[in-house]
Design a binder for this molecule. Structure first.
Ligand code: 5GP
Ligand code: MG
Ligand code: MG
Length: 179
């Protein structure tokens, strides 16, 4: 597994420090708001786990799984809900926790959906952001790292469901895609 990685883009230590920084910032902004943190499965799981432990305020966690219609490399913006929330978002301050924002299509659909369900507010925290690939006007409210337009894996992110358990974020070797 480790030999499939061409380059480590963000180290375990950098990730840890950034998750702590974001968690503390969110704790200040959401103090007394009891936010509902919506973790988008599966990629955001490690980030959620690190983030909420550095966010020392009352909060709740729920999960959502979505899949974008379209081919494997390009999302269409039409999203299928595979697993919906258990909690009602009505009058709740919702914080969506994402692994990465690429085109932004999936996330903009989710934001509209949760606003339509009458959330009091909907904001987004993402560990990674690829601004160069954006096709909709969407900026994360909290962001770990802006990264270049490369396909990355690790820290929750997969290629064909693998590499999610790498503790760092890395670029896959080209031969892994081509073999
Ligand atoms: P968007 O709708 O923003 O284009 O899609 C975002 C989703 O695409 C992410 O949640 C993730 O599943 C996938 N994705 C986008 N870029 C990457 C990447 O560099 N690596 C991996 N593993 N997944 C990515
Ligand atoms: Mg995601
Ligand atoms: Mg994936």
């Amino acid at each position: 597994m480790y030999q499939d990685i061409q380059e480590i883009l963000i180290s375990e230590e950098e990730i840890e420090a950034k998750a702590a920084e974001l968690g503390k910032a969110i704790a200040i902004d959401y103090k007394d708001l009891n936010p509902l943190c919506v973790c988008v499965l599966k990629g955001a799981v490690p980030f959620m786990a690190d983030l909420i432990r550095k966010c020392e305020i009352p909060l709740e966690v729920d999960f959502m799984a979505v899949s974008s219609y379209g081919n494997s490399t390009k999302s269409s913006g039409v999203v299928r809900i595979i697993k919906d929330l258990e909690a009602s978002v009505e009058n709740r301050h919702v914080l969506i926790i994402e692994d990465i924002i690429d085109s932004g299509l999936t996330l903009s659909y989710l934001i509209d959906l949760l606003k339509g369900r009458k959330a009091a507010s909907v904001k987004v925290v993402t560990m990674l952001n690829k601004p160069a690939r954006r096709t909709v006007d969407l900026k994360p409210d909290y962001c770990g790292f802006d990264i270049p337009d490369a396909f990355v894996v690790g820290y929750g992110l997969d290629y064909a469901e693998k590499y999610r358990n790498l503790p760092y974020i890395g670029v896959l070797k080209e031969e892994v895609y081509c073999s």
